[in-house]
Design a protein around this ligand. Structure first.
Ligand code: MAN
Length: 563
């Protein structure tokens, strides 16, 4: 049925243009199409179409006997139907003298008024079967073989056909419109990539300059740092270290002086108490007892008391308080020595302090340069060679440079990615750019199959469980197909079709890595029509998409390898 239907379309098409002149032509013999009418105009003789050297009386036309080797004398009977058919129809005359043993006519012409005229194979003429698909007017069964009577159904069939055709045209127009939209979208996306490339190029230029300048500035800062004082681990320069040591030493001494003073004061209090006791003893003892020991003790006390023993000097004590007080005027201002950066040069060459600032700066910078030169020539040790002592200025400069380099690298790799993308094949009018990563699904058997355009194909078990990759996009190709076109038009039909190849999917146990060939045909919307596992883990999907409507596949695949 379907094959016949396809054949009928092929036979119908050449007729559409030629029927308009039919009204002015003289009546044609039965079964002759308008484009062959010119061969049957002579009222006396007929010249075989492909063998013009053979002529027969006009009465032999349609006499149910095959005279011409090309069967052209029997356009309205099945008498010459044994001759190989000619395909496609070729209404031209052959070379004189040559005997052509294929049919000169495409078949028996059915006028099909109310529908579309068409040719029916000569074998079907008067075979006792109504072939309404090709001959809706029933004119092929004019002899009523076996009592068959094929009434004209062209009005009904034509009406139905026009209705379907209208729907087909509508759908085709919608598909064409969708295709236009996709092309516009693809162009927009391409432009976006081109614009991004421009932006990135400009950005990269700027960033390259920035990196160069940050590199220079890092070198300068590192160099300048060499001219600075050696630092302890985070504690500042030599003077700072020294002052910090002095400060803690003085604090220690102050503390000890304080402690000694309080010890002294407590010893003095005890001495005072003892002296008071001895004084009372001398005043209160009884000299009449004549105790020699007591007398000796009293004399010793009198000798002791007679000596001039002055206590702590209060004025000196006050001075000491003043010296030890951190708030006193004369206290050392340690903060002044706790600066984080300091030049040895300043310390070593105090005379600078007497110089005017510009001169001092100049001297300072010259001395730094000298120091750097000495370090670079190995005469002085490099204070910055120990990475743990790297200054904040160097660390900051290095981190700025690193982040600028990172940004530059990111932009460069994005640029490469976009440039490669522009060179990629996205099909006719780059249309698949607009469909890239758009996915469609269809249930089939125990799986739901997914096709994501120019990305991948996937098999998902309906009962749950892991998804199986059926391949990743590799390239656009083409394939010749020859299939029945279903009535709803959702199929590949026959001819060249664009196909998308997906490879290197999940490995198949005891087999290859899964792969899928997605064959595309024109449809109003993107949809999977059919999935077949042609061999173990080798799949084929038939997919409808407006992207391929009206596309000349041959042009598309030029420069590509065909399957
Ligand atoms: C799974 C599916 C099938 C495939 C087998 C091979 O069941 O991917 O399509 O044929 O594995 O083992």
């Amino acid at each position: 049925m379907g094959r016949k239907h396809t054949a009928s379309i092929a036979l119908l098409l050449p007729l559409l243009a030629s029927t308009s002149n039919a009204a002015s032509d003289p009546p044609r013999p039965r079964g002759v199409g308008p484009e062959f009418a010119k061969f049957y105009k002579n009222p006396d003789t007929f010249m075989c179409i492909s063998n013009p050297n053979i002529t027969v009386p006009i009465a032999n036309v349609n006499d149910d006997y095959c005279d011409c080797p090309d069967g052209s004398d029997e356009p309205g009977t099945a008498a010459c139907s044994y001759i190989s058919p000619l395909s496609p129809p070729r209404p031209s005359s052959g070379k004189p003298g040559a005997v052509n043993e294929t049919l000169a006519l495409p078949g028996f012409y059915c006028k099909n008024k109310g529908h579309i005229p068409s040719y029916i194979p000569f074998t079907n003429v008067n075979d006792g079967v109504c072939d309404y698909e090709l001959c809706c007017d029933g004119s092929d069964e004019y002899e009523g073989v076996g009592g068959v009577k094929c009434e004209d159904q062209c009005a009904k069939i034509g009406k139905e056909w026009r209705k379907q055709d209208e729907a087909r045209q509508k759908s085709l127009n919608a598909a064409r419109q969708r295709r236009k939209d996709l092309i516009a979208e693809a162009a927009r996306l391409r432009k976006e990539v081109e614009d991004r490339i421009q932006t990135l190029k400009t950005q990269i230029q700027g960033q390259t300059l920035k990196v160069e300048s940050l590199e220079k500035s890092l070198v300068e800062i590192e160099r300048a740092e060499r001219g600075k004082v050696v630092k302890g681990a985070g504690k500042g320069g030599k003077i700072t270290v020294l002052s910090s040591l002095a400060k803690s030493r003085i604090e220690e001494l102050t503390e000890n002086v304080g402690r000694l003073r309080s010890e002294r004061d407590s010893v003095k209090a005890r001495v005072d108490e003892l002296e008071a006791m001895l004084k009372r003893f001398k005043e209160e003892y009884n000299p009449n007892f004549n105790d020699e020991g007591v007398k000796r003790a009293v004399h010793a006390w009198e000798d002791y008391a007679a000596q001039d023993r002055s206590g702590p000097n209060e004025a000196l004590d006050r001075d000491l308080d003043e010296i030890l007080s951190p708030d006193s005027e004369s206290a050392i201002k340690w903060e002044e020595f706790e600066t984080t950066e300091e030049s040895d040069v300043e310390v070593l060459y105090k005379f600078e302090e007497y110089l005017p600032t510009p001169v001092r700066d100049w001297v300072d910078s010259k001395l730094r340069d000298l120091r750097v030169a000495l370090i670079e020539n190995g005469i002085l040790a490099d204070p910055t060679s120990d990475s743990t002592t790297e200054s904040k200025a160097v660390t900051d400069a290095r981190s700025q440079l690193d982040s600028a380099k990172r940004e530059l690298d990111n932009d460069k790799s994005e640029l490469t990615r976009h440039q490669e993308d522009l060179d990629k094949d996205y099909g006719p009018d780059s249309i698949f750019r607009a469909l890239k990563d758009i996915c469609v699904e269809k249930d089939s058997g125990e799986y739901t199959y997914e096709h994501c355009f120019l990305s991948r194909t996937t098999q998902k078990p309906k009962k749950g469980g892991g998804h199986t990759g059926m391949g990743n996009f590799v390239h656009i190709t083409s394939i010749t197909v020859d299939e029945e076109l279903p009535a709803d038009g959702k199929g590949l039909g026959s001819g060249e079709r664009i196909a998308l190849k997906y490879e290197n999917g999940q490995h198949c146990w005891n087999g290859p890595n899964r792969s899928t060939l997605v064959v595309l045909a024109c449809a109003e919307k993107d949809e999977i029509w059919k999935i077949v596992e042609e061999e173990k883990c080798v799949y084929r999907m038939e997919v409808g998409t407006p992207a391929v409507c009206g596309v000349d596949v041959q042009k598309v695949v030029e420069g590509h390898d065909e399957l």
